[in-house]
Write a protein that binds this ligand. Structure first.
Ligand code: 1YM
Length: 643
């Protein structure tokens, strides 16, 4: 190792106030908050917390901080504390105010910009704490540094007074406490699980850093501590927990080239899906990008090369494709790059062109080395990939060409689909209805201008246990794929989506719940973007009809039914419990479950990909014990479905 690289690894306090560039004021942020934090709904609100936490994580990555505590206090006040160096308190030579005030009031102020170092974590847009300050009704900062404690308070981003020394301190670090401004955000109610998912992810990506999340909004304090000494290798362990791993060892590659740091951890399991999570500067690049491209290319090449090396090429004369080498793969790719460029529809795709080649060569070297050093594991991996390839080739031969045309290439629409007249996807809705009889009612009851009905007969294939090629053999699933219009697998194209609301409508009984889960598993595994974009919904048909004399009222929950009955104040009432959709006539189904002005729809979301992935593996995979435990733990929540 050269002197120079050693120098870089050693944490060094090289801060000098004059490094900070001052850009513009904060008025712009309050005028157009969406430009800076994406939105002013819940994701935007949570983004404020991530911006502050990112500062602490940057400090941890620089080697000066090991503890980050994030608290949700009563009244939805957020407090973030770290044990880093503390934001510098001296007077900034150019601005004539304290550096703390510069950091909190000037856009893009920060020693890390423009000086060649990484902005290691960075948020959705990496906008900085001044944006949080601008969008907070009050924000307080406390800095413990050089034996002193400093304090400053702000309102809507403007200092109430200048930074003051308020006492001595034996501590070191920064605390920021803020309340988001209700003039900007409609809803200030933070979701614990949303914050927990992101903080846990940050803890995996920044190995060793201890991140505590605490919620004291209610008398029952909730707390989680996230700390992973093994970093993304531990992340892989968690992701593959309920699956059968193919090898003992997790592949782990860590390397650097041209100032770009690349870390990869990966493991094969005997499942049929792939799960590759990619990050650039700790931002989850959901749409992939150049790092993913480089990784994929390296993986295919390294595996084919090693197959050749084992002499397996002569016997089986076929090359493994990208799909062959990714089946059953769980992988995390995390890169650090000085100037990340985010592109794509949601700015979640890494665009830096130079990254592809760098990731490709580093991963290729790392993988080849792993195979050489772990020949037993390597052999298992190659054999698994060759099995996949054989299955693919066999399926290809056997595949019914006609079905392929209709399911994959968008031929005619399925016969049992009652399509809507509108061709405008934005207003069109597809109801996936359990059973032909309910399907019939839905067809009669619907508004055919914008509502399409697809009845499903019985249960669809459990896709968790089935290869894609075989899934297409399920006529119900291929009708669904054709109706939706986007194709599937590598052909999937969201632009071809025919309905912006896809609504699952099943009976409120055990079978209905099962069909719902099978459908959710299918969408999660094979049409993830539909869920990510919020196009998937679950209809909530009423559970009861309470009638008394001429009055009829529907109730969607037990509590609602009790309320209705109490409100009636009449002994002569009758409660009908709907067991299935089929018990409702077309008008009732329309009035209660389909008419937009009256119906209850639950939007399917996946805040936490990791929890979602795990839940589907547990519910639909082949391990019985975790499923039993899950159902036991969650029985309370599904009791309503089981009557
Ligand atoms: C709860 C939020 O902001 N911690 C934090 C911020 C900084 C430092 C340490 C820091 C950085 C540097 C030098 C440097 C920041 N400093 C700046 C700036 N926690 C939180 N902890 N000394 C201290 O990067 O060189 C911006 S952030 F610009 F002043 F250096």
């Amino acid at each position: 190792m050269s002197e120079e690289t050693q120098d870089k690894k050693e944490p060094k306090n090289d801060y000098s106030s004059s490094n900070i560039q001052i850009l513009e004021g904060l008025e712009a942020v309050r005028k157009r908050p969406g430009m800076y934090i994406g939105s002013t709904d819940l994701p935007g609100l949570h983004h404020l917390v991530y911006e502050i936490v990112d500062n602490s994580i940057d400090e941890a990555m620089a080697g000066f901080c090991t503890n980050v505590v994030c608290e949700i206090l009563p009244d939805n006040i957020i407090s973030v504390t770290d044990d880093g160096r503390g934001i510098p308190t001296d007077i900034h030579p150019k601005a004539g105010i304290s550096t703390v005030e510069v950091v909190l009031t000037k856009l893009h102020a920060g020693g890390k910009f423009g000086d060649g170092a990484y902005k290691v974590s960075g948020g959705l847009h990496g906008v900085g704490v001044s944006v949080v300050n601008a969008l907070s009704s009050t924000l307080e900062v406390r800095v413990h540094r050089d034996g002193k404690q400093h304090y400053q308070k702000f309102h809507q981003g403007k200092p109430a007074a200048s930074l003051k020394m308020v006492g001595k301190s034996t501590l070191r670090g920064t605390n920021v406490t803020f309340k988001a401004d209700s003039e900007i955000f409609d809803n200030l109610e933070y979701r614990y699980d949303t914050l927990a998912a992101r903080l846990r992810e940050l803890a995996f990506l920044n190995k060793g850093v201890k991140i505590t999340l605490r919620d004291t909004r209610t008398s029952e304090t909730r707390e989680d501590i996230f700390q992973y000494k093994g970093g993304i290798v531990e992340f892989i362990k968690v992701l593959t927990e309920n699956k059968h791993s193919l090898s003992k060892k997790t592949v782990h590659i860590e390397a650097e080239k041209d100032d770009i740091k690349v870390e990869v951890a990966m493991m094969y399991t005997d499942t049929y899906s792939e799960q590759i999570l990619t990050y650039a500067n700790a931002i989850h690049t959901r749409e992939g990008g150049t790092h993913l491209e480089g990784y994929r290319a390296a993986l295919t090449r390294a595996i084919n090369d090693y197959k050749k090396k084992l002499g397996l090429d002569k016997k089986n004369d076929f090359a493994l494709t990208g799909d062959d080498v990714r089946e059953g793969l769980t992988a995390i790719i995390s890169i650090l790059i000085p100037n990340p460029q985010f592109e794509g529809q949601t700015k979640m795709k890494l665009g830096n062109g130079e990254v592809k080649g760098i990731v490709q060569s580093l991963v290729f070297e790392g993988l080849s080395q792993f195979f050489d050093e772990n020949p037993a594991d390597a052999k298992k991996i190659i054999e698994k990939c060759m099995d996949t390839a054989r299955a693919r080739l066999a399926a290809k031969k056997a595949k019914d060409l006609v079905r392929r045309k209709s399911a994959l290439e968008g031929g005619g629409l399925p016969g049992k689909l009652a399509d809507c007249t509108s061709k405008d996807a934005e207003i069109s809705e597809l109801f996936i209805v359990e059973g032909d009889s309910a399907g019939g009612s839905a067809k009669q009851g619907r508004d055919r201008n914008f509502q399409a009905i697809l009845p499903l007969k019985g249960k669809i294939t459990n896709v968790e246990k089935t290869k894609l090629e075989n899934i297409l053999g399920d006529t119900e699933i291929s009708a669904l794929i054709t109706a939706i219009g986007c194709g599937i697998g590598s052909d999937f194209d969201l632009k071809k989506l025919r309905y912006h609301k896809i609504i699952i409508m099943t009976d409120a009984d055990v079978d209905g719940a099962h069909i719902q889960t099978l459908l959710l598993t299918f969408f999660f595994r094979h049409m993830t973007p539909i869920i990510e974009h919020g196009f998937l919904y679950i209809a909530r048909p009423p559970l009861y009809l309470v009638s008394s004399g001429k009055s009829k009222e529907y109730a969607y929950t037990d509590e609602e039914k009790d309320k209705v009955v109490t409100a009636l104040n009449d002994k002569n009432y009758y409660v009908q419990r709907y067991k299935g959709l089929g018990e409702m006539n077309p008008v009732q189904l329309w009035e209660t479950t389909m008419i937009p002005s009256n119906r209850v729809l639950m939007q399917v979301s996946m805040d936490d990909m990791i929890v979602a992935e795990k839940t589907f593996v547990i519910l639909m995979g082949d391990e019985v014990e975790p499923r039993r435990k899950f159902i036991e733990d969650n029985a309370q929540k599904v009791v309503e479905l089981d009557i």
